[in-house]
Design a protein around this ligand. Structure first.
Ligand code: NAD
Length: 363
């Protein structure tokens, strides 16, 4: 085993179906907070108010926008200052958490989060802001939520298609963690556990979205997924999706879901230990085949074209992505190979079949 340095981020996780409001009241008391700002979209507000029934909320803020435009962050920051807020509570997906992180970044206010998707932002110290249509991300421990409250009942309303994409977004955290710059045996073990739980949970959610056990298993799996990603850093998969989301405004969860099998097919032959972990967690002999079977069972999204990505953007996207690919990637990435991967993902082709004329033509 090679030498490694591992960092575990410190936060409390409270897991309990039907217990979100009890856990939230206990956390607010434990942290001694007096002035709570609730961040939840209009759509999430009814369930957020239920979750907050045991606490005093000083300010409710519903202007939640995906990828956190800087103007939206600035308004929320000045409201937090004006109202002397000492705790941020989010109920919602990664977008609500992203807004809380943007406030915490400048105002240094503690976050308690109640996630309702599987996106995993709750377990990372990574923030993101969008300015002039460019997304910037950074790392700051002040944006890591102090407490995460998981209540699977709150995920019952997440539509099946979004549940599948969001769960595969979480699975992408696991797979990418296996070859990301700070990959190590500890985050790899977490990643494997995440893949196993997510695959089992998503199959149950897909066959019955009201099955609480499936919802619990998927929500549980989202946590080691996010922790492994936070610990290992961004690998090739996240670098690709960051550009597709930031530059071409493709939807977050669905983009991750489409790209994952292509990255796995690309890297697996050069990363036998990672491939073995994915295969074991998916209970298959070959990781690419096993993931393909999962996608078939879940009727998962396949094509970037369906998400609004244009074939004519492939070589430009490859040029933007290429310099960001970490040196830790197990396989060398050329413009031609990257364009081939993107072409397969655009077309919804079988992963690893990059024989497109475009891929051949790019240098
Ligand atoms: P989201 O928060 O935008 O939610 C997607 C949609 O689902 C929204 O319309 C929302 O209203 C709805 N929704 C959420 N929970 C629901 C529920 N339980 N029932 C019904 N509808 C529900 O999307 P997301 O995928 O959770 O998060 C994406 C954002 O999070 C992106 O901006 C992404 O960059 C960010 N993110 C950041 C990190 C990080 O580490 N900083 C990690 C993952 C994601």
């Amino acid at each position: 085993m090679r030498d490694f340095a591992h960092v575990t981020l410190g936060q409390r996780l409270l897991f309990g179906t039907g217990s979100a409001s009890i856990h939230l009241a206990a956390e607010v008391e434990r942290l001694g907070a007096q002035r709570v700002m609730l961040l939840a979209s209009e759509a999430a507000l009814p369930s957020a108010q239920q979750v907050c029934q045991g606490i005093d909320v000083a300010l409710v803020h519903t202007n939640v926008v995906q990828h956190v435009p800087i103007e939206v962050a600035e308004i929320a920051r000045s409201l937090a200052r004006e109202h002397h807020i000492d705790l941020l509570v989010t109920v919602g997906g990664g977008s609500a958490i992203g807004l809380a992180k943007a406030i915490a970044l400048t105002e240094r206010i503690t976050i308690v989060t109640v996630p309702t998707t599987y996106a995993g932002s709750e377990a990372t110290n990574v923030w993101g802001l969008t300015e002039n249509a460019r997304k910037t991300t950074g790392v700051d421990d002040a944006v890591l939520p102090a407490s995460v409250i998981y209540d699977a009942e709150l995920t019952l309303t997440l539509p099946v298609e979004l549940s599948v994409s969001s769960g595969l977004n979480a699975m992408a955290h696991c797979v990418d963690a296996l070859w990301a710059p700070r990959a190590d045996p500890l985050n790899a073990a977490l990643a494997e556990e995440g893949i196993r739980a997510l695959a089992a949970g998503l199959r149950l959610v897909h066959s019955d979205p009201h099955d609480l056990h499936g919802r619990e298993l998927t929500l549980y799996g989202a946590y080691p997924a996010a922790v492994s990603f936070a610990s290992a850093g961004s690998g090739i998969h996240h670098k690709i999706c960051h550009v597709l989301g930031g530059t071409y405004a493709l939807p977050h969860a669905q983009t991750h879901a489409v790209v994952l099998p292509h990255v796995l097919a690309f890297n697996a032959p050069a990363a036998p230990a990672a491939a073995a972990r994915v295969a074991r967690a998916l209970d298959g002999r070959d990781p690419v085949t096993a993931l393909g079977e999962l996608y078939r069972d879940l009727n998962a999204p396949r094509s970037l074209a369906d998400l609004g990505f244009s074939e004519s953007s492939i070589s430009e996207a490859a040029d933007i992505i290429l310099p960001a690919i970490p040196a830790s990637n197990p396989r060398e990435v050329s413009p031609r190979l990257l364009a081939g991967l993107l072409h397969d993902a655009w077309a919804g082709a079988a992963p690893g079949t990059s024989t497109s004329p475009l891929a051949q033509a790019v240098r």
